[in-house]
Write a protein that binds this ligand. Structure first.
Ligand SMILES: [Zn+2]
Length: 116
């Protein structure tokens, strides 16, 4: 999986329309990962991760948002790494609902961008 920083604001797979059927087609079952949610392609509102079930988590937002991106991860650390990189790409665009920095999953994990 590539984490190469591009000039785009999105490092993840998408955007896809946020319908349950789309989520099932796109997102593999039983993986953890990071997701972004938006009401338009240019305005990411949420950058979040789940250590549980990425597919079901994204589906639970069907009625609140209309577009999603995702990136699967194999460990909590990788989840945090992807979330931080995406968070720092979005935080300056002024579209996020919360500009609080992501919380690390455990001691010893630090943000690859700012070291938090
Ligand atoms: Zn950071």
């Amino acid at each position: 999986m590539s984490l190469r920083i591009s000039s785009a604001h999105i490092l993840m797979r998408g955007p896809y329309p946020l319908f349950p059927q789309q989520v099932e087609i796109r997102v593999p079952p039983h993986v953890k990962g990071v997701y972004c949610l938006a009401k338009t392609r240019n305005g990411i509102k949420i950058v979040a991760r789940t250590d549980q079930n990425l597919r079901e988590t994204i589906k639970s937002f069907t009625h609140q948002y209309t577009v999603f991106w995702y990136e699967p991860a194999t460990s909590d650390r990788e989840c945090y790494d992807i979330q931080c990189r995406q968070f720092h790409k979005c935080v300056d665009t002024d579209t996020l609902e919360s500009t609080d920095h992501p919380e690390p999953p455990k001691e010893g994990c630090t943000c690859p961008i700012c070291g938090k």
